[in-house]
Design a protein around this ligand. Structure first.
Ligand code: FAD
Length: 386
């Protein structure tokens, strides 16, 4: 293998370059990225950057030392076997990693609609979050909650409009999500509320009412960035379909990060996870696979969110599992999800990092817990293992 092309210069792309070099790949690497910036991390955008604590979040990487031919401002347009088509002409490759991430979904309407995906988005938003501004945030998911945190701190009048019956209902279910509704103190949180469109001056709701706003932020989710592959002969289904080694249907082509829907051996289903830890860790396996080593990508998904002064963390995959409230004192709480045979499927913690660390290990090990001990938050999770 002489030449590897990595498409997308986000975290998963840059980690792919690092992993290839880390495994001793001596050939040429080209990193093609649509954005004109050096690779940067996205989690700080809705936290430190939006809160004004920093202006940038560059990934700590020396691209020169990695001897990578970095092409910022270049978009991939199509892929055929051995050839990547871009806005700057064609690149031939022996191996290729797709790491084009995901992009925000927008709502209908002619009004100004902010999203938060890029550093430019973050700096633009920060500038309009001024004291007294009326900010309407559509979606009380992870991004909506973090953006609301920053808008509130900036002294804005914040309305959060959520279609579901609770914040985070889509991600963690309405029962657990509703426990985070208390975080929204000082915010006009409108649940079970559907948006029709974003119009000049605010948000048109389907019930006929209108939310006046100076700034509208849409945070209703993302879709994998794969339209550029539409004419290519590659399997796409909710992202780029891969096997457990992160191989796509095209020879020599792998996919990682937010755009990849990989086969999970652990969960016997296809997973696509839009979280930082996946973009960080999957490239190690992709690089191994590309270089002919035996690697299986089989993580327990993990993510965190910092909202309204709380650290929310989750590890696992709770589909089909039953929820058990572990509770906790002083507004710090955890919930666990158990499988039919009482194995820990997932854990979600609010300001209880010890539960998260122990729970993550227990999920990884596939251990069973004693449900009667689990409901006592004073019993460490590891002491609930049977
Ligand atoms: P991306 O970061 O999206 O990078 C993909 C890159 O590919 C982009 O630069 C894009 O411009 C480029 N690209 C796209 N199409 C093309 C093309 N055709 N040609 C060339 N280049 C292309 N996760 C957590 O676990 N915890 C958090 O607290 C958290 N906070 C977040 C906050 C924000 C504001 C955002 C946006 C995300 C957050 N995430 C968080 C999610 C995490 O950042 C993502 O999972 C991670 O960035 C995915 O990395 P990626 O490299 O796969 O994709």
């Amino acid at each position: 293998m002489n030449h590897v092309v990595v498409v997308g210069a986000g975290l998963a792309g840059v980690r792919s370059v690092e992993a290839l070099r880390g495994r001793g790949f001596p050939g040429r690497i080209t990193l093609v990225g649509e954005e004109r910036h050096r690779p940067y991390d996205r989690p700080p955008l809705s936290k430190a950057v939006l809160l004004g604590k920093t202006d940038q979040s560059y990934v700590d990487v020396d691209l020169d030392a990695l001897e990578v031919d970095f092409r910022p401002g270049v978009s991939a347009k199509g892929l055929r076997e051995g050839v990547l088509e871009t806005t700057e002409g064609e690149f031939t490759y022996d191996g290729l990693v797709i790491a084009t991430g995901a992009e925000p979904i927008k709502l209908p309407g002619d009004g100004m609609q902010h999203v938060l995906r890029t550093i430019d988005d973050a700096l633009t938003l920060r500038a309009v979050f001024v004291r007294g501004a009326r900010v309407a945030i559509i979606g009380a998911g992870w991004i909506g909650a973090e953006v609301a945190t920053a808008a509130l701190r900036a002294g804005c009048h914040v309305t959060v409009i959520e279609a579901g019956s609770a914040p985070l209902a889509h991600a963690i279910g309405p029962e657990v999500g509703s426990r985070t509704a208390a975080f929204y103190e000082g915010i006009d949180l409108r649940l079970d509320t559907m948006v029709g469109s974003v119009d000049e001056g605010g948000v048109q709701l389907l019930d006929g009412s209108f939310v006046d706003a100076d700034v509208v932020v849409t945070g209703i989710g993302v879709r994998p960035t794969v339209e550029w592959l539409a004419g290519s002969d590659i399997d796409l289904h909710n992202g780029v379909v891969t096997d457990e080694h992160l191989r796509t249907s095209l020879p020599g082509v792998l996919a990682v990060g937010d755009c990849a829907a990989w086969w999970s051996r652990r969960y016997r289903t296809r997973l696509r996870v839009e979280h930082w830890d996946t973009a960080l860790s999957a490239p190690e396996i992709a690089a191994a696979t590309l270089l002919g080593e035996e690697g299986v990508y089989d993580p327990v998904p993990y993510f965190w969110s910092e909202q309204f002064g709380h650290m929310v963390q989750y590890a696992g995959h709770h589909a089909g599992a039953r929820m058990i409230n572990r509770g906790g004192p002083d507004g710090k709480w955890s919930v666990c999800w158990l499988t039919d045979d009482d194995r820990l499927a997932a854990v979600l913690t609010v300001d209880r990092p010890r539960d998260l660390v122990q729970g993550r290990r227990i999920v990884e090990a596939g251990q069973r817990l004693d449900p009667s001990r689990l409901v006592d938050p004073d019993v460490p999770l590891r002491d609930c293992v049977v």
